[in-house]
Design a protein around this ligand. Structure first.
Ligand code: SF4
Length: 342
């Protein structure tokens, strides 16, 4: 498949080497440029002062930086930071930085808008606009890395706006650039791809030979509730999804993480605990519970703390180890399901 390179952050090192040779430049120039991009993290080709002016002019002309103009920057009381970027065509995306004591996680977007319309998520409300190109994905990480310097971004989660497997090629290429030792050198095990349950993407990832983390939004324990919450379930119902996940764990020997939303009186019942036991017990997977977050357009309510504890012990008794994830950035609408482009 021929690839369209729109900007300098869309290139792997070998592709950049090849492109520069077409400019009559030697291979080490590509390494120098990678160093300027991913180690020194400059935001402008003109700052690459070890390159000749002639080459810098060619880069500005032929391989510009992707446009990610910061429109807004909001900081939560809990330290979470949300960035709103506008892109070259006016589309907008969000990125969320979640600082922890000993690491910094960045939640990045893979598409402008989303076509999957999950019933608890603000990102799908405005519909799908377009895929992000690889450079627009990598650019979110570089911009955030400059913002947290001298600390670093240590973990990446593809859990922002969009479905990563609906933009598979750009997402995988960006993950490879972020992981490359000449790139940002973020360990593959610290890069998580999160899907709403696009089965062909899970099957394809299984063949990549990468150590990336796979996270699957399960969010319900039976097809009736899951189809109500996630229209994707009508295309890839639970049996097919769980079969693909079990196969992924078996073939890659890597654990699958399931995200599971807690909605009062709907997903945290005794019946749900029984069904989850049937689905998840006895194979290489883990369960993360998240209380649903307020979104103006939806009426779902989170359970109380006591109801969450009760559900956790129901799971424990059934041999399912689950952890409850405390929501971050709720006050700036940066928590799961709250991202949108406004
Ligand atoms: S949860 Fe993910 S796949 Fe579903 S609407 Fe939101 S962004 Fe799209």
């Amino acid at each position: 498949m021929s690839q369209v390179f729109k900007n300098i952050l869309s290139f792997s090192l070998s592709e950049l080497t090849e492109r520069l040779s077409s400019f009559g430049e030697s291979a080490y120039r590509a390494k120098q440029i990678f160093d300027w991009l991913y180690v020194k993290k400059v935001s402008d080709v003109r700052s690459m002062t070890s390159l000749s002016k002639g080459l810098r002019d060619k880069l500005v002309e032929g391989l510009p930086f992707p446009v990610l103009k910061q429109e807004k920057h909001q900081a939560s009381q809990d330290g979470t930071v949300k960035f709103l970027w506008s892109l070259h065509d006016g589309e907008r995306i969000e990125t969320v930085l979640i600082p922890m004591e000993d690491h910094n996680t960045l939640c990045i977007s893979s598409q402008a808008g989303c076509k999957f319309s999950c019933g608890f998520c603000a990102s799908g409300i405005g519909g799908w606009k377009r895929n992000l190109d690889c450079g627009e994905i990598v650019g979110q990480v570089l911009n955030a890395a400059r913002a947290v310097a001298p600390k670093s971004i240590t973990h990446i989660v593809f859990m922002g706006v969009g479905e990563p497997f609906d933009n598979y090629d750009n997402v995988l290429k960006a993950a490879r650039i972020l992981n490359a030792k000449e790139g940002l050198n973020i360990a593959a095990r610290r890069i998580t791809i999160s899907t709403c349950g696009v089965v062909p993407g899970i099957k394809r990832l299984e063949t990549e030979g990468l150590q990336l983390e796979l996270s699957v939004s399960l969010h319900a324990s039976n097809d009736k509730v899951r189809s109500q919450l996630m229209p994707v379930n009508r295309k890839y119902p639970l049996k097919e999804l769980l079969g693909a996940c079990r196969n992924y764990a078996k073939e890659t020997n890597r654990q699958v993480t399931f995200e599971y939303i807690l909605i009062k009186d709907l997903t945290c019942t005794e019946q749900a605990a029984n069904e989850l036991q049937g689905h998840l017990r006895g194979w290489l997977c883990k369960l993360n519970l998240i209380a649903c977050n307020p979104v103006e357009e939806f009426s779902y309510q989170p359970p109380t703390r006591a109801e969450i504890e009760k559900f956790l012990s129901m799971l424990e008794r059934r041999g399912i180890h689950a952890t409850f994830r405390t929501p971050r950035g709720r006050d700036i609408a940066a928590a799961c399901g709250q991202l949108r482009v406004s």
